[in-house]
Structures are given as C-alpha cells and as structure tokens.
Write a protein that binds this ligand. Structure first.
Ligand code: NIG
Ligand code: FE
Length: 403
C-alpha cells in the first residue's frame, strides 16, 4: 500500500471548533484509500514514513464535494416545458395535465440502457469536474418494476466505472404512472414489492418518496417507509416543497437521514427533525428554476441546530443544474446561508444526509477524498459563480485525471 504525504496546503478541514476547521500550513498523509494523519506541518510526527511527497505550495484543500440529492438517470429533456412555464403555465398544472415527471418517464422507458448510461455519465462528469467525489442518484423516472431496476442498475454501473462513489436511492413513489391512474394505493403496493426485489439485487442504499399534492399522501408515503424499514433501508423524503403535508415530521419519526426541499416546512416539522437528527437538504436550484417565492425556514433550522445540506437536485424538470459550486452561491444569495454553512452543506452535512460517516471532513480515518483549488479561501467559491477553480481531485487516495 503506497503512503503519500501531501504537504504545505491550506486546509479547510471542517473538523474542530475553529471556523472552517482551518489549518494554515497543513499536511495530509494518505495510506491506500484513507487519510491516516491530518494536521499542521509543525505537528507532523518525526517518525512518519512516506513513500512519496507532494508539495501543494500553499494550495487550498477541502474535502471532496458530496452531492446528496440528484436524479441523474433519465431520458429526454424538458426544454419545451420550460418554454411553457415561461409563458405562464405552472409546474403543478403541467404535471396534472400529464406532462412534468410523467413525460420524463415516457422518455426514460423509451431510452436504451446505453443511452441512459451515457447521458448520466456525461452529467456525472460535469459534477466531477468541480470536485464532486460522492453523488447520490435516485430512480423515479422508470415507475415500473423493470424500468426502476434498470435506472438503479445504471446508477450502480456509474459507481463501478467512474472514479466516484455513487449511492443509490429508490424513488418509485415519485409520481403515479399512467397505467395506475386513479389507483395510487395499488401502485404503492406494487412499488413495495419492487423495492424488496431491488434490495435483494443489491441495487438500493436508501428509499425516498415525493410527498405532496402532485405526489403521494403522507399515508402512502408511510407505507413505503414501513416497507423500507422492514428491509433495514434508511429513508429520506421530498418534503414540503410545494405545500405543507406534514411529510418532514412523518419522515423524521421514521428516523429519516434527510428531508429535502422544505420551503413549506412547519415549526412542528423542524422540531421532529431536530429530535431525530434528520438533515435538512436545501435545493436552491429547484427554488430558483421554479421561481418559487416561499423561502425555506433557514433561521429556524439554524436556531434548532438542524444540520443543513445543500445539493443540486439535478433533474430535467425543476433543476437541470450540473454545478454544485453554483449551489454554494445560490444557497448564500437566495437562502442567506453563510459561505461556511453552504460549504458544510456540500461536505460534512451532505455525508450525514447519506448516512456516510467516513467522509465529508479532512481527518484521520476518513476516506482520502479531497480537492486542491486555485483559490485562497473556500468563501471565494460561494462568491463567484460560473467559475470553476478546481485544480486536483483525489478520490479514494487516487488522483483523478481531468475528464
Ligand atoms: O426534486 N419534487 C419532485 N421531484 C423532482 C422534480 C422532478 C421533475 O420535475 O422531473 C425534484 O424537484
Ligand atoms: Fe429531487
């Protein structure tokens, strides 16, 4: 196992009480795929052995970025729907008229496995070019036993073939497919059967649902969650995006890893999330693209000490966004997160939203996922937008070559 010492970096470690977990002149010792020592150059153990040394010459180093909420695998696009919305038709109205998610379902079912893989890989490479080393990918555009499994298998294959960790989430309860029109409870019953099959095939790391007026009711969501829990799978939820359904409290009572969107989150939802340690994953790209005006209750989440993550929500309908760095800026400008909160949202708290304790900070024992940047300080990435200062990416101890 090669041992490499990365020296003379400015570290934003997100560990310890100081802002950013800042270390002025720091070093990282990488042993295989793991960080075995992280700290100030001045504290480097004298007896430390390394096979190789890299001088980072003062470059800024952060943990690898984690995009904790995406829908990267789908067919087609929704550019025509975007034009419709610009002319005044609302997102919910398009969905109710059979467009929206269901139009992407038709395009996804019509796409070949190769098309789904190639388009999702191209999207993943865009995220990777900005230093993303872990991504969560949801199903939810297949909505049949076969097509849901196909999309999850494509996500798994991305994790095998790209230098990137992929966590998969089953989201069969995303929308009601046409063949189940008027029979949502039958659909949920079938989705529960598929979930057990997907789990047996090793395709699922977590289970999600869309609990809203154009999605599923809290009762239907609860049935999916009960099935997940029987299989030992963690849950998360698209909650209170368009209306307050009490979904966040329901999810928190099921020990949810995260509740996501949350523009209409109530004080009761916040209290339940706090009690359960559930992460609030904010999605400023969807808020922006749908021209939402209802802000998520950021100050109340802060006051309650609910951890906040930030993600792209990449999907063809409400957030066709492939830049997690842009989400840092939008989380600050639109939601008034501080740059440090936004950064914690794409590192340490994003890891927590995925139930991953082995990443998100720079500390001994963590996976060696880190990024060197052409920047002095991470606040610059929250400040600039449309700019990518990513310099070098190390994923699992191995340096990635540029895409
Ligand atoms: O996270 N809210 C539901 N799901 C997606 C949007 C899906 C779509 O419009 O295709 C989201 O925003
Ligand atoms: Fe989403």
């Amino acid at each position: 196992m090669t041992i490499t010492l990365w020296r003379h970096a400015r570290l934003a470690s997100f560990v310890g009480p100081q802002p950013w977990g800042w270390v002025d002149d720091g070093a990282l010792l990488v042993q295989g795929d793991t960080l075995s020592w992280v700290g100030a150059e001045a504290d480097l153990p004298t007896a430390l052995h390394a096979d190789a040394e890299v001088d980072l010459q003062g470059a800024l180093v952060t943990p690898g970025l984690i995009d904790a909420h995406t829908h990267l695998v789908y067919g087609g696009d929704r550019a025509a729907e975007f034009e419709q919305r610009l002319q005044g038709t609302r997102y919910e109205a398009i969905a109710r008229a059979g467009g929206g998610i269901r139009s992407t379902v038709a395009a996804t079912r019509a796409a070949s496995g190769a098309q789904l893989f190639d388009s999702a890989a191209a999207r993943a490479r865009c995220l990777m070019a900005e230093g993303v080393t872990t991504v969560e990918i949801k199903s939810g555009y297949g909505l049949s036993a076969e097509d849901e499994a196909r999309c999850l298998a494509v996500a798994r294959r991305l994790g095998r073939e790209l230098p990137l960790t992929v966590r998969t989430t089953s989201l069969a309860a995303h929308a009601l497919p046409d063949e189940y029109a008027g029979r949502p409870d039958d659909y949920i019953a079938d989705a529960i059967t598929w979930l057990a099959q997907q789990h047996a095939a090793g395709l699922v790391d977590a289970v999600d649902a869309f609990c809203d007026t154009i999605g599923f009711t809290p009762a239907q969501t609860g049935r999916i969650f009960d099935a997940a829990r029987r299989l030992g799978l963690p849950v998360k939820l698209h909650a209170e995006q368009l209306s307050d359904q009490g979904g966040a409290a329901l999810a928190a009572r099921c020990g949810a890893l995260s509740c996501d969107h949350l523009e209409h989150l109530s004080p009761a939802g916040i209290a339940a999330m706090r009690a359960a340690g559930t992460v609030a994953t904010l999605l400023p790209g969807a808020y922006y693209f749908l021209r939402d005006t209802q802000l998520p209750p950021v100050q109340a989440l802060r006051d309650a000490g609910v951890p906040i993550a930030v993600a792209t929500d990449h999907n063809p309908g409400s957030a066709p966004c492939l830049s997690l760095l842009l989400m840092l800026n939008m989380a600050c400008t639109l939601f008034r997160l501080t740059p440090e909160e936004a950064w914690r949202g794409v590192t340490v708290n994003a890891a927590r939203a995925l139930g991953l304790a082995d990443r998100g900070t720079l500390a001994a024992g963590q996976r060696a996922d880190f990024v060197a940047w052409h920047a002095e300080h991470p606040r610059e990435m929250a400040y600039r937008f449309g700019h990518n200062p990513c310099h070098r990416v190390i994923c699992g101890g191995v340096e990635r070559t540029p895409a």
